[in-house]
Write a protein that binds this ligand. Sequence first.
Ligand code: CAA
Length: 380
Amino acid sequence: MDFQLSEEEIAIRDLARDFARGECEPGAAQRDKDEAFPVEQIRKAGELGLMGLLVPEQYGGAELSNLALSLALIEINRVDASVGVTLSVHNSLTCGSINAWGTDDLKSRYLPKLASGEWLGGYALSETNAGSDAGSLQCRADKDGDDYVITGSKAWITSGDHADVLVLFARTDPDAGNKGITAFVVETASEGLSVGKKEPKLGLRSSSTTLIHLDGVRVPAKNVLGEVGQGFKVALHTLDGGRIGIASQALGIMEACLEASMKYAREREQFGKPIAQFQPIQWKLAEMSVKIDAGRLLIYNASALKDRGERHTREAATAKLVNSRGANWCASQAVQIHGGAGYCTDFPVERYFRDARITEIYEGTTEIQKLVIARSLLRG
Ligand code: CAA
């Protein structure tokens, strides 16, 4: 594996780092407290070209590698995981699926607006009763002339109340199991689409997660993404990329935990010396560093496979599993190193601890990643 970063990849990593430190860091804690969506930060991300990283240049994007996207997401999540998830879903799931599965017409109608940041994207797969078992979704899309008419509800939609366009999965054949699912590009301004409950969350409180209700929403048949009945494949193929994004989010959180822990351990004195001089603290720092290095290699590996156009289902699941577990471990230890201070909102590790938790749940739980890995092994 050759992990020499290209000049472009280094440039985008540095740009994302500056964006994170300059634009996201100042208000991150307050936005989290207020559950305030990072409107300004997302606008700025669009201006900087961070919303079309994978989108081809002909549609106004940066046409960079998946590794470049991972590098950018690591930097952003290191500072603000709420901005991080918003950009990960937008780049990997919305732009990624339209770019991979869309017709030229769909790409030219949607990708330029998404890549410029004029429009924000969401991904509507889950339902209240279809989470890990995504293939059992019940939202219906019935053909009517040149349109499909969609009725049902989608759950856990990242940016649900701010997204302009959703990649949405609905059932076009009630009797065909997961082969009866079709993917659609749906504009949220469509008549009959409404935003439901905004979820009150433990972490990522400045990102928005909502229900979406569809009551007879008309979507032109030309907005089908991929083939009719092929939607579940579109969903899982897209999630292979999305899971690298969540792995990158988790890695960013781990790096933030190590940075904050080192700073605190050098400053905090107990028993007459900085706590960094005590071996139990050093072991925690060393373990964090090991998890970061291992997690980074897994992300680079999965990203490189994706960039070469090779199947990366198992590698993406592995990267997500290892990094999300690592993030939860590192965040817990970071709080431990800070002691009582780490349990208070005065220090950022309390936010990292809450933000880390979701990385083992969304875009496939840790248990689902194991299932994906085992199925890939047994398939040979
Ligand atoms: N790429 C392409 N095709 C794939 C694929 C992949 N990675 N994985 C599976 N497929 C294909 C299979 O080959 C199969 O096709 P055939 O029948 O033609 O062989 C078809 O898809 C169905 O696959 P399975 O039989 O494996 O399907 P399953 O119903 O047993 O479920 C699962 C598989 C792994 C459990 C899947 O349902 C899953 O990943 N569940 C988790 C759902 C999830 O991750 N949700 C995240 C929601 S989005 C989100 O969180 C975004 C956000 O806002 C943060």
